[in-house]
Design a protein around this ligand. Structure first.
Ligand code: FIX
Ligand code: ZN
Length: 422
């Protein structure tokens, strides 16, 4: 581990370290098995991923309603026929399905969907979770947990809070607050129904009670962070309920509990409602809102990922200015080889080791396999280039140092960020 790295063994060493590093997947839509059928997995879920729905609807002449009236198996068969048989599956989401099948040991060249389905039907979930985490090299997956989701809420309150079931330690919670922050017109009444003394007006009592709601759910979930997905036109400062809830409720509780606030900004919600969960688009956001948060709240910790390619450079520059800002991942429409390469190179050049390079955003358990397989290959290529540039100056590198760097970049920086005293 301490022998110096040479030009001859550099690439192989970096590839081996990146491939074998157990990662913290800082953002997913997965759930621990205790949450039941909201944890999606298996062939038909893999093939009906909303990315693939959108790509399929570009080809077929059926209406959106006709698609949504199909069964899951019928939808998967349509997607498979359209994207995998009538066209070569080289889009990132299509290729991902094939990488997953291949890594699971299935015969991709057979194109035998029935055999694929039988394979997954033979799996027991508990064993399969272990198998997928091993293949993907995951230490931990951070979920997206919405206290306003009735099915999920029941599990937290009935099963977990009553200590009837532990959340699997491989799955950590993230307290997701889109409904609270972006639908206050509805969410205040739900809080009232749950026993919080709030009104629609964000008066002092309401602010106190929303803070109590946040503390309550931090106690129940023990979240790694609080998160919100925000539209591209998100602005702070702003005269709005959302702005007041963020500044008067989220940020004080975030600092008090050392639970960072994660902002995921740049969505154009439901550009095409007919596509439902595949209907969102992207827009460039005004990064001065992130600048405002980091500068006005220097003792708060912010995790930030932005959806527009055009925002990536300014996010990296902003992170150079504010140590309370930790950028993460190549989110959603950026999670493609060409953009991962561009963004990762730029981040290493501007931020060195002080960034979290990737998250999977996996919605289907099996996707962990391909999302991390594809990203690891690109990250290893870029890191090899960066190490080679450093070694060209005469700098002597050891494998232990490469391992140290990669651990930080692949999620370790999240845990040290939590421990930082700002
Ligand atoms: O807001 C989010 O967490 C987004 O990642 C999702 O809404 C989005 O649908 C997604 O899964 C993208 O990969
Ligand atoms: Zn997501």
């Amino acid at each position: 581990m301490t022998q110096p790295i040479t030009e001859e063994n550099l690439q192989k060493t970096v590839e081996q370290v990146v491939q074998s590093m157990k990662v913290t997947d800082i953002h997913t839509h997965l759930y621990a098995p205790v949450f039941g059928d909201i944890l999606l997995w298996g062939f038909d879920e893999l093939v009906t991923y909303h990315y693939l729905k959108a790509e399929t609807m570009r080809w077929v002449d059926i209406s959106y309603d006709q698609y949504w009236q199909m069964s899951k198996v019928e939808q998967a068969d349509l997607i498979w026929q359209t994207l995998f048989v009538e066209n070569t599956p080289y889009s990132e989401a299509c290729r991902g399905v094939l990488t997953t099948l291949q890594r699971l040991g299935l015969d991709v060249k057979s194109r035998d969907v029935q055999t694929y389905r039988e394979y997954f039907e033979s799996k027991k979930l508990e064993d399969y979770v272990r198998q997928v985490f091993d293949l993907a090299g995951l230490k931990c997956a951070v979920m997206t947990n919405d206290p306003f989701n009735p099915q999920e809420r029941t599990v937290w309150l009935d099963k977990i809070k009553q200590a009837k079931a532990e959340v699997d330690p491989r799955f950590r919670a993230a307290l997701r607050l889109d409904v609270l922050l972006c639908s206050w017109e509805q969410s205040w009444d739900l809080l009232r129904q749950w026993g919080f003394d709030v009104t629609h007006d964000l008066n002092e009592r309401t602010i106190e009670e929303v803070q109590r709601f946040l503390r309550e759910w931090i106690r129940i979930m023990d979240p790694v962070y609080m998160a919100v997905s925000l539209p591209f036109d998100f602005q702070l400062p702003e005269e709005s309920a959302r702005a007041q809830l963020i500044e008067s409720c989220i940020l004080p509780v975030s600092r008090e509990t050392n639970v960072p606030f994660a902002l995921m900004v740049g969505v154009k919600r439901q550009l095409n409602p007919g596509l439902k969960d595949a209907g969102d688009g992207v827009g460039k956001m005004d990064i001065s809102s992130i600048d405002y948060l980091c500068s006005q709240y220097p003792h708060n910790k912010f995790l930030v990922t932005l959806l527009a390619r055009e925002n990536q450079h300014e996010l990296a520059v902003l992170a150079r200015k504010f140590r309370n800002l930790l950028p993460f991942g190549c989110w959603w429409f950026l999670n493609n080889p060409s953009l991962i390469e561009e963004i990762t190179s730029m981040r290493l050049e501007l931020l060195g080791n002080s960034v979290i390079l990737q998250h999977s955003d996996a919605r289907v358990l099996d996707q962990l396999i391909y999302k991390w397989d594809h990203s690891r290959k690109i990250i290893a290529q870029i890191l090899t280039r960066k190490y080679r540039d450093v070694m060209a100056t005469g700098w002597v590198l050891t494998e232990a140092e490469i391992r140290r760097d990669v651990e930080k970049l692949m999620g370790g920086n999240l845990w040290s960020f939590l421990e930082r005293k700002l």
